[in-house]
Design a protein around this ligand. Structure first.
Ligand SMILES: [Zn+2]
Length: 473
């Protein structure tokens, strides 16, 4: 095999590339008996934990307090005794020991790249990535993109922000290592989507990377220019940053719109290589590429690993990271896992429903747990839906009001058709969610599109509670 696993971190042959006809990058790792692979994972894990124990005051304090250390790690099951890391702890550690925090395990001068969170929530987190780590990230992403069907003759349009956001850069590095042609177009500048459409028409890229909502925005922009999105000729569209590519109706819509494979990917920026949750080209849910990042789906309260089929939150552990290793980082996403075989032949476990929600995105209406992804899946399966929606939850007196503003397609401008559409949406949403929504229709294009992570839920009940409180004498 073209990787030396007897050393840690592993040494990859940077000139290696499989034959384009080959299904796998490293068949010995991807298709082996899971028990055999677990032995390799444990060996990597022990070295990874030892590395962090020696170099990071952050981990040493945490682990000493919990009574664990490299010496207590005898099996993969023992990892569950190690305390989890929450993102808030990383921010605190960076505030106390700026800029990288007390979990930087290389010398600051060895950091080759600085990135950060997109800053959508809380204080930004700084990522310092070592040069050798960045090379290994490229190796991991090339191998995983190969599994998604990318080959050296692909031209890949990367239509996402090139900024602190790591997703774009990781995709770029993987595409380059795989030997395909990278077209790092970016996103987010006014007028850039129209430009991307025009460039894509000329350059005929064969693959697309971005967020699912941006791909749909890109398709709408193309149609306004009189271009059928299918004529771009994308064979593979791969996504991260949002759950959409794993939502069945959205996946179908993207595949019908572009005529290519819609491949779901993504874990967390902190975890980069984030593609270690990634579908293969069979698209049966994201594989967990366990020998790169070891993932446990855990109870969101106790963080005990859950068996197949149970709902939990993915908790991630790096296995070959020297700069800022994450050992049991809590994602806050929701998923189920399965070890049922995949037609691709890889023996990695899978998340058959992807990451379908977040612990903190879930909202409760009249006692029912509701995920925005379930609303999206339901609406996108309805003929006449115009493509975008918003949810407003508020409270009138003691009753939750649950209003879904949904766009109707231009084909449903007739008031009679709209009446039927509203009734269909109301009924199917009620059946799926367990509560009765008020559906209000708006014209297609009336709701704002986002080029990044779509935020579709407004919960006004806290405001209501506060105003109620303020009104008291
Ligand atoms: Zn597969």
């Amino acid at each position: 095999m073209s990787v030396d696993l007897t050393v840690w971190p592993p040494r990859y042959d940077r000139a290696y590339r499989p034959d384009p006809a080959a299904e796998y990058w490293f068949p010995e790792l991807e298709c082996c008996d899971p028990g055999t692979r677990d032995g390799l994972i444990l060996e990597k894990l022990r070295r990874q934990v030892e590395w962090a124990w020696r170099r990071s005051p952050f981990y040493r304090r945490k682990w000493e307090a919990a009574g664990v250390s490299p010496a207590t790690l005898h099996s993969l099951d023992d990892l569950a005794k190690f305390p989890v890391v929450q993102k808030a702890e990383l921010r605190l550690s960076q505030a106390a020991a700026p800029p990288y925090g007390e979990y930087l395990c290389i010398e600051p001068g060895e950091v080759a790249r600085i990135h950060g969170t997109s800053g959508t929530t809380g204080r930004p987190t700084v990522f310092g990535i070592g040069r050798e780590d960045w090379e290994r990230i490229g190796e991991a992403h090339a191998r995983i993109l190969w599994g998604a069907g990318l080959r050296p003759d692909d031209r890949v349009l990367i239509a996402s922000f090139f900024s602190l956001y790591l997703g774009s850069w990781g995709a770029l590095r993987g595409v380059e290592r795989l030997g395909a042609t990278a077209f790092p177009f970016g996103a987010g500048v006014p007028g850039q989507t129209l430009m991307a459409v025009e460039w894509a028409r000329e350059l005929k890229p064969t693959a697309f990377y971005g967020t699912p909502s941006y791909a749909l925005h890109f398709a709408e922009t193309a149609r306004r220019e009189g271009i059928d999105p299918e004529t771009f000729g994308f064979r593979t569209l791969f996504f991260s940053g949002e759950p959409g590519a794993g939502i069945p109706a959205t996946k179908r819509l993207i595949e019908e719109t572009f005529g290519g494979r819609c491949v779901d990917m993504g874990s967390m920026a902190e975890m980069t290589p984030w593609m270690t949750n990634a579908e293969c080209r069979a698209r049966t849910g994201m594989h967990l590429w366990q020998d790169l990042v070891y993932t446990q789906v855990c109870d969101p309260g106790t963080f005990a690993p859950q068996g197949p089929g149970a709902e939990g939150t993915p908790v991630y552990t790096h296995l070959e990271r020297t700069s800022q290793p994450m050992i049991r980082l809590v994602s806050g996403d929701l998923a189920r896992w399965t070890d049922a075989p995949c037609p691709c032949g890889r023996t990695y476990p899978r998340l058959p429903d992807g990451l379908y929600g977040r612990i903190d995105d879930m909202f409760i209406v009249r006692g029912e747990n509701i995920y925005p992804s379930a609303i999206e899946d339901t609406l996108r399966a309805i003929e006449g839906f115009g493509g975008e929606f918003r949810v407003v939850v508020s409270r009138r007196e003691t009753m939750d009001e649950f209003v879904i503003h949904a766009e109707y397609a231009p084909s449903h401008a007739d008031p009679g058709l709209q009446g039927k559409l509203r009734a269909t949406m109301t009924e199917r949403l009620r059946a799926r969610l367990g509560v009765h929504p008020v559906v209000e229709l708006v014209a297609a294009g009336a709701l704002p599109r986002t080029e990044f992570k779509a935020r579709r839920v407004v919960d006004d009940r806290d405001l209501y509670r506060r105003s109620l409180h303020g009104a008291r004498p």
